[in-house]
Structures are given as C-alpha cells and as structure tokens.
Design a binder for this molecule. Structure first.
Ligand code: XMP
Length: 541
C-alpha cells in the first residue's frame, strides 16, 4: 500500500513499530517456511495468515534481512508485503538485491511489486490518480500467466491501494494483467521465479486473492500444504515451555473465547504450573460466570480461583462516563484484583493473556493512532509486575477458534461470540451501574437466544444489545413511559478488522424487539444499528 502525503489512508502505517523479526510461531526444523518481508504494511500479518490458510508455515521478517540471511533460512518462498511509502521517497524501504539471485520464488505485493520493478531495472512512477478500493483487473490479451491460471476469470475485482504504479516492467518480465491505473498490475518472470501483483490478494475484498496465494505457494513454490493448526499448537507449546520454564503462570479468564483458548493452550504446555483466575467483574453476560467456572474447573480440570469483584468494579466506575477512562479503569482494576487474588500463587511470575492480532494493531503502534485501547493491551498499568505470555498474539479470531477446537474445548466455548475484555462496561454508554448492567444482561440474553433459535448464531460474528445513556417517551398500556432504548448490534465479519451489519430477517428482529420491551423493565424502545465498520466500530462505547 502506498499513498502520497496528504492522501489519507486510514490503515496505512499500522505496521510493526520495532521492525524486529516477529515470528508466527517457533521455528520448526524441516518444515517449508515462507518468509513474509515486511515493508511497513498493516497487512503483513494478514499475508502471514493467508499463507497459514494455504497450510504453509510462515514467518514475518524485516526488510533489512540480507540475501545471506535469507539463504541461510532456506525458505520455500519469499513474499514482499505492501508498504505505505513510495519507492522514490528518501528512506523508502528497500531490500538486499542479492535476494533476486537466490532462485527462491518471490511474490511481490503492491509496494513489493513496485520495489521489484525499481530494483530490477523497470520504471515506477506516479502519473495517474492512483487506485483505492475495488478495481477491475483484466488479463492482457495474447499473454499467458503462470500465476493467473485459467481457473480465474479474465476480469476480476480486486482491492487496490496505490498511488505509484509500475510503468515499465524489467527486462525478461512480462505483464499479464492490467487495470485502468496500473498498466502492469500483474507481471512475472517464471524463469527468474519472480511474480508481482499491484493489488492486495490478502484482503477479503479481493475475492480470488486466496486462490492466487495458494497457487503461488503450492504450484509455483512447491510447498506441500501440510502445515496445520496442530503444528501451531505443537510449536506454541514448545515456545511456552521455553518461556515459562518451571515457573508458575496465572491466566485471567474473561468468559470469552480468546482467554479460554489461551488458557487451554498454556495448560497443555505447563499443566498444573498454570492457575486460572476468573475475575467476575459484574460486567459479564447473563449466567456467564457460572458457565466459566463449570467448564474450566469441572471439565477441563484447570485449577481455578473465582473472585467475585462486582462491587469493587461498580465502586470504581461510579461517575466515570468517558469511554477511554472507563476502559482504563476496568483494565487497571482487573489487574489489581488479579494481584490480590494471587494469594495461593504468590510466586506466579507469568500472566497469560488471550491477546489477538486485531487487538494489537487497534491499540496503536509507534506509527498508528489509537482507535481504542483494548483491555488486554493498552489498559495494562505501567507497574505490572508479570511477564506476559500471549500465545495468540499473531492469530485472528477464526484461527483461535480452530486452535480451541483442536485443543478439544467444547463448541459452546469455541463458538462463543467475541466478548470485549471490559465486558458490558463498554456496551453501557455513560455511567455503569448495577441496575443498568442487570437491564442490559436481560436484553442481551434475549438477542442471543433468538439468534440461536433462528439458527443464525454461527454466521453472525457478534450480536448483542447496547444500552445508551438516553431515555425517550413511549406509551404502554395507555400509560406514558419514559424509558431506555436498547440498540441491537449484529455484524458479520471475518476478522473484526472490517464488519458489515448483519441482515437479520425482520421477523427475528421483531421477536427480539417485542420480547425485550415486554420482558425487560425500564426499556420502551428497540433500534437496530445498520452501520458497517468502518466507519463505525463493532462495539459502542
Ligand atoms: P471494535 O469495537 O473495535 O471491536 O470494532 C473489534 C472486536 O474486538 C472486540 N473487542 C475487544 N476484545 N478486549 C478484547 O479482547 C477489548 O478491550 C475489546 N474491545 C473490543 C469486539 O467485541 C470486536 O469483536
């Protein structure tokens, strides 16, 4: 991805701030490995994820890696990510050109494609207006592509985000597809084993993108596609054992799938060295506390300390209305309660967290502004005296579900809809009080129950109720009412980074609405949120 100064690209620059090597998992010898070279794109992890989806193991490496270092790793292929810069600006990231002579198959994406052209003698320039968003790419007549096989349509919709374009391909390369703003949208040299695409095959908005990545990995690079989530578990278990040694770890269970899977994974690695602490913040969904205790203590055999801390949270939240302050307050108190609960496990030096990749980027990096501070990242106090164990940090939600399933967690947990760390605290707008939580719990339980009855639970990413800080006039049984509205929020999504409002059938919405009004005291109106993300976020705050 590249954008000239002044063109706002809301996602540009959400890259790894450190530029350090970030590994998808511990290196496992003998497995075909793909190196994803990060040129500062926010999509580098998404590329790594697509590679995993093609059942190939990948690692993200900085662009400062040398050809010698690449050769030493013996990768099956290298993928160049996009990046926010133009190849022409001073300080634009480049790569050791020796890499092109290693004979390792290379796929360049967006900035990566431009860099290859520039370094191998082609020409990259501005000139046009750039292309942002959905764009049509068409095969160039009379050419045969080894990347875009005949299984793909001759014209396909792809996701573009570029200002510069490759204007002339290097000698020995041939352009095989073009778009209006990118005359060499796909170009390649099968002889040199280098392929380049201007568009982003890794994003969901490029419908045939995964096919392209899989084709590159399996057919052109010869990866056998044998890497699985089972392998991920194996290498994570090894990494967790190496990190924790014979120390003790504690894990906060939130009731959500992320902390549940993190706990189960760490339990697989270190068994009874792990103690889970379930802090009942009083901000959980209806009956959720009992379910967590039942599942983990009884069924999983994990040692569990159950702390009922609702009163402390309500006291801390009294008068707090500003969303970020609320998040920080909940996050901090959570950790304090945790520390208090350490009694039985005083020597625990490690804290397990179910942080996912989208939490990491949304909480901001050196380049990115904070969209909101996620409970399990930005909300941590500075004086935290634990070392963090975050085995899911590089995964997306559906991958976490696959890990949970593989670990044998029950469907009820694995398919639980995502639930934010600060719980109902971020779904109550304005001050959080026990009464409001009780109201929201009832309304939320109805939304989820009706969704389950309608058989829509799995296709919908999240469906929940929100309680805003306003009251409106209504009429019930000939009486004037002055009550709260409840907002129903339901979205479809692949990874929570983008989301669309769910087209729930009207009759299901109607049942939800009439049940909420009839069964939840103090609520006299129900509205349905039809905002996608962006521009909205999934949660209200
Ligand atoms: P937004 O509202 O940012 O949410 O579109 C994206 C996804 O993240 C979940 N979420 C959180 N998860 N801790 C979490 O573990 C948090 O603080 C948090 N805040 C939001 C949200 O439910 C959605 O699935």
């Amino acid at each position: 991805m590249n954008a000239p100064d002044g063109i706002t690209d809301e996602l540009a620059g959400l890259g790894d701030p450190s530029g350090a090597v970030r590994e998808s998992a511990a290196v496992v010898a003998g497995r075909p490995t793909v190196l994803v070279v990060d040129f500062g794109a926010q999509y580098a992890q998404l590329i790594a994820r697509r590679v995993r989806e093609a059942n190939v193991y990948s690692e993200i490496v900085p662009h400062t890696i040398t050809a010698e270092q690449v050769a030493a790793r013996g990768p099956a292929a290298v993928i160049f990510s996009g990046g926010p810069k133009s190849v022409h600006v001073e300080g634009a990231p480049a790569i050791d050109p020796g890499i092109y002579d290693l004979g390792v198959p290379i796929l360049g994406i967006c900035y990566g494609a431009q860099l290859i052209a520039q370094q191998l003698g082609g020409r990259v320039g501005g000139g046009g207006a750039g292309e942002y968003g959905r764009t049509v790419v068409e095969r160039i007549d009379g050419t045969r592509s080894t990347l875009l096989t005949d299984d793909l349509p001759a014209k396909q919709t792809v996701w573009m985000s570029h200002f510069d374009a490759v204007l002339e391909v290097p000698d020995g390369f041939v352009a095989t597809a073009a778009s209006e703003g990118a005359p060499n949208a796909v170009y390649e040299s099968p002889e040199r084993r280098i392929w380049a695409v201007q568009y982003h095959p890794e994003v969901a908005h490029t419908p045939h993108g995964q096919e392209l990545i899989t084709r590159f990995l399996h057919e052109l690079a010869g990866c056998d596609g044998s890497w699985t989530m089972g392998n991920f578990i194996e290498s994570s278990v090894a990494a967790i054992r190496a990190q924790v040694g014979d120390g003790r770890a504690i894990c906060g269970l939130s009731g959500g799938v992320d902390s549940a899977v993190a706990a189960a994974l760490v339990h697989r690695a270190i068994g009874s060295q792990l103690t889970c602490v379930f802090v009942d913040t009083g901000l959980m969904r209806k009956h959720e506390g009992d379910q967590v205790v039942e599942t983990f203590r009884r069924h999983q055999g994990i040692e569990l300390i159950h702390v009922r801390a609702g009163d402390r949270f309500f006291e801390r939240l009294a008068g707090v209305t500003e969303p970020e302050e609320k998040r920080k307050a909940i996050g901090e108190l959570f950790i304090r309660v945790f520390e208090d609960a350490r009694g039985g496990v005083e020597d625990a030096a490690f804290l397990v967290q179910g942080t996912l990749y989208p939490d990491v980027i949304e909480s901001g990096t050196a380049h990115a502004s904070t969209i909101k501070s996620h409970h399990n990242v930005g909300g941590l106090p500075d004086d935290l005296d634990f070392e963090l164990v975050e085995p899911l940090r590089l995964l997306f939600k559906d991958e976490v579900r696959a890990v949970g399933h593989e670990l044998g967690l029950p469907d009820e947990i694995v398919w639980r809809q995502p639930f934010p760390g600060p719980g109902l605290g971020v779904r109550i707008i304005g001050e959080v009080t026990p009464d409001k939580v009780a109201t929201l719990q009832e309304a939320d339980a109805i939304v989820r129950e009706e969704l389950r009855i309608a058989g829509l639970e799995r296709e919908i990413w999240q469906a929940f109720a929100v309680l805003p800080d306003i009251r409106t006039v209504g009429v019930m049984g000939d009486e004037r009412t002055y009550g709260y509205p409840v907002i129903i929020r339901a979205v479809t999504s692949e990874d929570a980074m983008t989301a669309d409002w769910a087209r729930i059938p009207y009759d299901v919405l109607e049942t939800m609405a009439s049940r909420i009004i009839n069964e939840v005291p103090g609520v006299n109106r129900v509205a349905y949120d039809i905002t996608s993300k962006p521009p909205g976020t999934i949660e209200w705050e």
